[in-house]
Design a protein around this ligand. Structure first.
Ligand code: NAI
Ligand code: MG
Length: 372
């Protein structure tokens, strides 16, 4: 069989360190792949006015799958200030390249496994096994926003009776972000969640929304969840509100299996769930569409640790493991998963976040030694 073609996008800061660690592990399990480097991140924003250059998009299109490290991103004003002087005034505006990738490749499913490795000193408990499914392309992150409000948009919003209260607010003193939820978007993320529950034997799917207040958008998601649940009689559907869910997750995380939500709420619960099982050093994600996928640790570029060979690579090694599952390389994926679990349980290799002094590459070496 021909080698896989894997795009490697290290990005900024610690992205390079953690991606290199993951590649060592992939080499050690004998994955046959050609790795293609792609440019992404802050440097390309500053020098080219685009953190996701067109050549990177073309590169991804020619590969089977992508492993992504992390990027630096900054608020609007700072981004504009750091743009190379030659590019000022040419209409460049910063937008997140990872959000861009999700939308460009229609990577509708964001899957974040949050399973405790027994013995990890950072676990809230050792018996947590949650997988969060977050809709990845629409909702409040669709980027449909206005500030100030253009007059025609203002007029359209004025048709809603509840806008009356805001009549006296000038357009420049108002900002609006649209929460766009489609039936198709709901169904795709729900399908991913229910299928995963069925395949891996999870007993419940919990849909996390706020339908008592955000009646239309959350309501659509809940109705679609109920409709789809009837196709999966062996799986229980639970419905919770995002605020209460944050409490329940801290109180009884062991009671939950699959969680599914729209983009913003899914983002929030995935970070919360990740912290229950060790935090950023253990949190990986798959951004999965119908024909392409990008796997990543969910942490950022942690600039203060750049080039220090210090941070925990487990999140990125896990991302590589998710990638192997996506490619159908289940046996290699399993070997990596068991090796991570063994290293954590043994407790000899511990990065700084776990209270130890093992380096990034040292942790990768420990996982490789435990591959068996
Ligand atoms: P961050 O995730 O980069 O780091 C926050 C802190 O978490 C670090 O200072 C470190 O103490 C810890 N941490 C992160 N990764 C770790 C690891 N692998 N092992 C051990 N500890 C780890 O978040 P921060 O500092 O808020 O953002 C830094 C930059 O990253 C910003 O420019 C931000 O916009 C960007 N960012 C990018 C993301 C992405 O590429 N997907 C996600 C989140 C933030
Ligand atoms: Mg997040």
């Amino acid at each position: 069989m021909a080698n896989y073609r894997i795009a490697m996008l290290p990005g900024d800061g610690i992205g390079g360190d953690v991606l290199a660690a993951a590649k060592h592990v992939l080499d050690a399990v004998g994955l046959k792949a050609d790795y293609e480097h792609g440019d992404i991140g802050w440097e390309f924003w500053k020098n080219e006015g685009n953190p996701l250059p067109e050549r990177t998009i073309q590169l991804l299109k020619s590969t089977d799958v992508c492993l992504f490290g992390a990027i630096t991103s900054k608020p609007k004003e700072e981004a504009a200030a750091e743009l190379s002087p030659a590019l000022h005034g040419k209409g460049f505006t910063y937008s997140s390249p990872i959000v861009g990738l999700r939308q460009l490749f229609d990577l509708h499913t964001n899957m974040r496994p949050c399973k405790a490795y027994p013995g990890n000193p950072l676990n809230l408990r050792d018996d947590i096994d949650i997988v969060v499914f977050r809709e990845n392309t629409e909702g409040l992150y669709a980027g449909v926003e206005w500030h100030p409000i253009p007059p025609d948009i203002r007029k359209a919003f004025g048709l809603h009776p509840k806008m009356k209260r805001f009549d006296a607010v000038p357009n420049e003193d108002m900002a609006i972000s649209a929460r766009i939820i489609t039936r198709g978007g709901c169904r795709r993320i729900l399908r991913s969640a229910f299928e995963h529950a069925r395949k891996y034997g999870y007993k419940t799917v919990t849909v996390v929304e706020k339908a008592n207040v955000i009646r239309e958008t959350s309501g659509l998601m809940i109705r679609e969840a109920r409709a789809m649940a009837s196709e999966y009689p062996e799986i229980g559907l639970l419905e919770t509100n995002i605020d209460a869910m944050c409490m329940w997750l801290v109180k009884n995380p062991q009671d939950y299996g699959i969680l599914v939500s729209t983009n913003l709420f899914g983002d929030i619960i995935s970070d919360l769930a990740a912290q229950l099982v060790g935090g950023l050093g253990f949190a990986s994600a798959g951004n999965i569409g119908d024909s392409y996928a990008v796997f990543e640790p969910t942490h950022g570029s942690a600039p203060k640790y750049t080039g220090m060979n210090k941070v925990n690579p487990i999140a990125t090694i896990q991302a590589a493991r998710l990638m192997l599952d996506y490619l159908g390389e289940h046996e290699k994926a399993e070997r990596i998963e068991r090796a991570i679990a063994r290293v954590v349980a043994e407790g000899k290799a511990r990065t700084y976040d776990m209270g130890g002094t093992t380096t990034t590459s040292g942790m990768a070496d420990a996982v490789i030694a435990a591959l068996g």
